[in-house]
Design a protein around this ligand. Structure first.
Ligand SMILES: [Zn+2]
Ligand SMILES: [Zn+2]
Length: 285
């Protein structure tokens, strides 16, 4: 029993960047946009509310069978691909559930941005039908605690900014860092590397966006996304153990992801494991 409580269990519900990608070429890794669940003992943390959140909601309802849920949702930023699953998140419609949302905007702004997508012009169900208690929290203290889980956050480089989260529990570290351009211009590199060091140092698990190859990145400098080569460079530099390449480009087919990861593993060396994030994948540390 004690052993189970100390585990950190990560489950991927949506791993695709920018827009959902249904279709035969996207079945293996999945087409839903970002949503990652992290269980730290009894505490349930959720990173981003992309379309993968719909299946997570159904799974939670099945698992807890009418028991009240306390859920903690961390939003990286409010671009569509990171919030569109929320109106379809079943636990939000059940009385007795308490949903805590955390993000970088002020409380009223975060609420407006998350719930604004449920305005009648965009969505048929009104806000009043959300029977769960919703608590919006804008982040101030850093680090802060959710039960006995320590959370640290930092701003990443992305249009409109994005938050990266570092979670520590029972000596294990999980980091969620998506929608982040690792800058390579000499004058920015010092700032960027320090920022990344504070966030990812010695992480057991790093879920990081790897939207581009280095070749693609050079055509899209300033768009707010990174190449897998740059993510591997900083992961090695700061002692990350397991990297999950995440936020796959919507054009990237299953076959192309497989090839990309195979090549990336060669460049990663012996100390860093590289995996492709995939819908349904569970990883326990
Ligand atoms: Zn995104
Ligand atoms: Zn974004």
């Amino acid at each position: 029993m004690k052993k189970k409580d100390q585990a950190m269990r990560i489950r991927f519900w949506g791993v695709r960047g920018s827009i959902p990608t249904p279709g035969r070429e996207f079945i293996k890794y999945g087409g839903n946009t970002p949503c990652v669940e992290v269980r730290c003992g009894e505490t349930i943390l959720i990173f981003d509310a992309g379309t993968g959140m719909r299946d997570l909601g159904k799974s939670l309802i099945r698992e807890f069978e009418g028991k009240s849920l306390q859920l903690h949702i961390f939003i990286s930023h409010t671009h569509w691909d990171h919030i569109q699953g929320f109106p379809f998140f079943e636990p939000a419609y059940h009385k007795g559930n308490v949903i805590h949302l955390y993000g970088g905007h002020s409380v009223s702004e975060l609420e407006k941005l998350i719930l604004g997508q449920m305005d009648r012009e965009y969505f048929p169900v009104t806000l009043f039908e959300l029977a769960a208690t919703l608590n919006f929290n804008s982040l101030k203290e850093n680090p802060f605690y959710v039960n006995n889980v320590k959370v640290y956050y930092t701003y990443l480089f992305h249009p409109g900014l994005s938050l990266g989260y570092r979670v520590e529990y029972e000596g294990k570290t999980f980091v969620y860092a998506t929608d982040n351009e690792i800058l390579t211009e000499p004058e920015m590199e010092g700032y960027n590397e320090k920022n990344m060091e504070n966030l990812i140092k010695n992480a057991d698990v790093l879920v990081a966006e790897c939207q581009y190859t280095e070749e693609e990145y050079l055509k899209k400098v300033g768009w707010g996304h990174s190449s897998i080569e740059q993510v591997i460079r900083v992961s090695k530099m700061f002692g990350v153990r397991n990297l999950f390449a995440f936020h796959h480009d919507p054009m990237r087919t299953d076959g192309e992801i497989k090839t990309l990861i195979k090549k990336a593993k060669k460049g990663a060396g012996k100390k860093l494991n590289v995996f492709a994030a995939r819908e349904g994948l569970i990883f326990t540390v």
